[in-house]
Design a protein. Structure first.
Ligand code: GRF
Length: 195
C-alpha cells in the first residue's frame, strides 16, 4: 500500500508511520511522498532522514501539486496538515486525518494545536483522546475510523495533555492504516465499520 503523508509540524505522527513500516508493524506499506506547506516543518527533516521524497506545496498550488500525488498512492494521511484539502481532491483516494480530541467534540475550524487541549481542560471533561476519521468537505466531521480514550488528570496542563494524547495518536494512526489497508470497510452514517 502506497502512502502519502501530509504534515505541517513536528511530524511525530509521520515518524510513527515510518517506524511502523521499518519494524514490520505495517506490512507492505511504503511512504511515496511527504508533503508539507511549511518549509521549516520537523516532518521534512524526518522524511529527509529516512530518504523519503518531499514536496513543498503553496496554498494557491494545492490542487495542481496534490492531484498527481493523490492519484499515485492508495491512501492519503493528514498528520497535522494545516491546510484544507480542496474539494476536487476529496474523492480521488481515501484520506484520513488524525485529530487530538474525541470528535465531534473540540473540532472544526481553528481547533488545532494546544488550543484543543485548552478547550478540553476548560470544559471540565474527565476523559479525552484522539480520533482518526475519513476526510470529507466537513472540517473534522468525516466518518470516524478509530478513537481511544484517556483520563484528563486534575493537574493536567494543555501541554501535558497534548504530550499524552500524542502517544495514543501514534497507536490509533497505525492501527487505522492497517484496518483501512485491508479495504474491508463500509461507511455507515458518521462511522466507518470494518468487517
Ligand atoms: C497532532 O496533534 C494531530 O492530532 C494534529 O496535529 C498534530 C500533529 O502532530 N492534527 P505531529 O506533527 O505529528 O507531532
Amino acid at each position: 500500500m502506497k502512502l502519502a503523508v501530509l504534515a505541517s509540524g513536528k511530524g511525530t505522527n509521520l515518524q510513527a508511520v515510518i517506524d511502523a513500516i521499518k519494524d514490520g508493524t505495517l506490512e507492505e506499506a511504503s511512504i511515496s511522498w511527504v508533503v508539507s506547506d511549511n518549509p521549516s516543518a520537523g516532518a521534512i527533516e524526518r522524511a529527509n532522514r529516512s530518504g523519503i521524497n518531499v514536496i513543498l506545496v503553496k496554498k494557491h498550488k494545492m490542487t495542481e501539486v496534490l492531484r498527481p500525488v493523490f492519484e499515485e498512492v492508495d491512501l492519503v494521511i493528514l498528520a497535522g496538515f494545516l491546510k484544507i484539502i480542496p474539494d476536487e481532491l476529496l474523492n480521488i483516494k481515501p484520506i484520513i486525518n488524525i485529530h487530538p480530541s474525541l470528535l465531534p467534540l473540540f473540532g472544526g475550524k481553528g481547533m488545532f494545536g494546544v488550543k484543543v487541549q485548552e478547550e478540553v481542560i476548560n470544559s471540565g471533561m474527565k476523559v479525552t483522546g484522539p480520533t482518526v476519521h475519513l476526510v470529507t468537505g466537513d472540517i473534522d466531521g468525516g466518518p470516524i475510523v478509530m478513537q481511544k480514550c484517556m483520563e484528563v488528570r486534575d493537574d493536567d496542563t494543555p501541554s501535558t495533555l497534548q504530550e499524552r494524547i500524542h502517544e495514543l495518536e501514534h497507536e490509533i494512526l497505525i492501527e487505522s492504516i492497517k484496518r483501512i489497508s485491508k479495504r474491508k470497510y463500509k461507511i455507515m452514517g458518521r462511522k466507518v465499520v470494518f468487517s
